[in-house]
Design a protein around this ligand. Structure first.
Ligand SMILES: *Cc1c(COP(=O)(O)O)cnc(C)c1O
Length: 395
């Protein structure tokens, strides 16, 4: 899965350029920086790789989501539809702009169920947020159709699926806006960092400004430009951008390794009767960071996970159903509303009402699903060991 497994000369070289000039900020200081613009270069290379006309880096994927929501004009009273299986960041970003997260069921793709999205649309829905979980992809054709039918933009959270694609187009470039994360456990890492991808220049300009106190970056050294909007500080530093740039150049190498390791484990699990796999809307666009597989029942999944734990081999096998970060069912902190006090009471009430709904259709899927994180650094003996452990736990 993660770039953190590969730290090498390329990353050190890009960092050394920044350290030797001492210009750690992405804007200005032109005279001192010795021609090094790591953030700018990183944005250019993401744009070339993905075909997205506009790319803007931020300090994290979470910051990218909040920035994108703001640029899409999402605010108080608006609703944003998101899946029950996601990372809490999407939920947090929606609350941060004062909007209401409206959860919708997933299906066996582990991403948004299009009919559930359609049922959740109201007159207040401002954005639909598909989340490309676990290296796979959402059902983009159906979601793009809904987006057009109801005139509601898609914000693709592609934080976990950098390098993945749908019918030949990179994830994050199909909706109005897409986001990437380069945190320490993502496919490529910058230490911390995120990116926003969009085709609209107007949205790009808002993202660029929002993430740097509203500066429009049209003048020299941020001194003579305008700052027409209030924003915040979600800037990426040159240090982070330098690492991210070096790692991003290795993305294809990482994806190839992941694919090889993923296929070995998949092949072994395919031989076990009763196991099925997460459905991929476009198998050719998989980025192989997790192998997600399903047992016939929740009872079976609990038994397998408990067995792995008793063997001390559960690390790397995620049973999201019990997890309090990615599956709504266990987000007890937000169901109790403890960190929502800064929002108006009516918004808080709506958020809590949504968060406390139950989702038996999704429970039925997540309760049976285990995701195995695919490491880049496994050698053939280690892969054999993972397969042997799984085989034992499945006996
Ligand atoms: C990691 C992640 C984020 C947030 O990214 P950070 O860079 O850690 O802030 C958002 N959404 C999903 C689906 C993620 O996996």
């Amino acid at each position: 899965m993660p770039g953190f497994e590969h730290w090498g000369e390329a990353e050190k070289k890009e960092l050394a350029d920044v350290i030797s000039s001492g210009v750690l900020m992405r804007y200005g200081f032109e005279g001192q920086r010795g021609g090094h613009w790591k953030a700018r270069q990183f944005e250019k290379e993401i744009s070339e790789y993905t075909g997205s006309p506009h790319v803007h880096l931020t300090s994290s994927g979470t910051a990218a989501l909040e920035t994108a929501l703001s640029a899409l004009g999402v605010g108080y009273g608006d609703e944003v539809i998101l899946p029950v299986f996601t990372f809490v960041a999407g939920f947090e970003a929606i609350c941060r702009v004062g909007a209401i997260p409206v959860f919708a069921d997933i299906d066996e793709t582990l991403t948004l169920s299009p009919p559930a999205v359609e049922a959740a649309i109201t007159g207040r829905t401002k954005v639909i947020m598909p989340v490309h979980m676990c290296g796979g992809m959402a059902q983009m054709q159906e979601l793009l159709h809904l987006s057009e039918k109801y005139d509601i933009p898609l914000l693709e959270d592609a934080c976990q699926s950098v390098g993945g694609s749908y019918r030949g187009r990179k994830l994050g470039t199909l909706g109005a806006v897409g986001t990437y994360s380069f945190d320490f456990v993502k496919t490529v890492t910058a230490g911390e960092g995120g990116a926003i991808l969009c085709s609209s220049e107007a949205i790009y300009k808002k993202c660029d400004a929002y993430s740097d106190h509203g500066h429009d970056h049209l003048g020299a050294d941020r001194g003579s430009d305008h700052h027409p909007w209030p924003g915040t500080n979600f800037r990426i530093s040159e240090l982070h951008a330098a690492v991210g740039l070096a790692q991003f150049r290795r993305l294809e190498e990482f994806l190839e390794l992941q694919q090889k390791n993923y296929l070995s484990i998949e092949e072994a699990l395919m031989k076990v009767p009763g196991i099925s796999f997460r459905k991929l809307p476009d198998p050719a666009g998989n980025c192989f960071s997790f192998l997600s597989w399903m047992l016939p029942s929740e009872k079976d999944a609990v038994r397998v996970i408990s067995k792995l734990r008793s063997m001390n081999k559960a690390a790397g096998h995620f049973y999201w159903y019990e997890n309090s970060w990615h599956y709504l069912r266990n987000w007890n902190h937000l169901k109790e509303g403890q960190f929502l006090s800064a929002l108006p009471p009516a918004t808080t009430d709506s958020i809590l009402e949504n968060a406390r709904r139950s989702f038996p259709v999704s429970d039925q899927i997540m309760g049976r699903c285990i995701s195995t994180a695919i490491r880049l650094s496994w050698n053939p003996e280690e892969i054999d060991q993972v397969i042997a452990d799984l085989t034992r736990a499945l006996e």
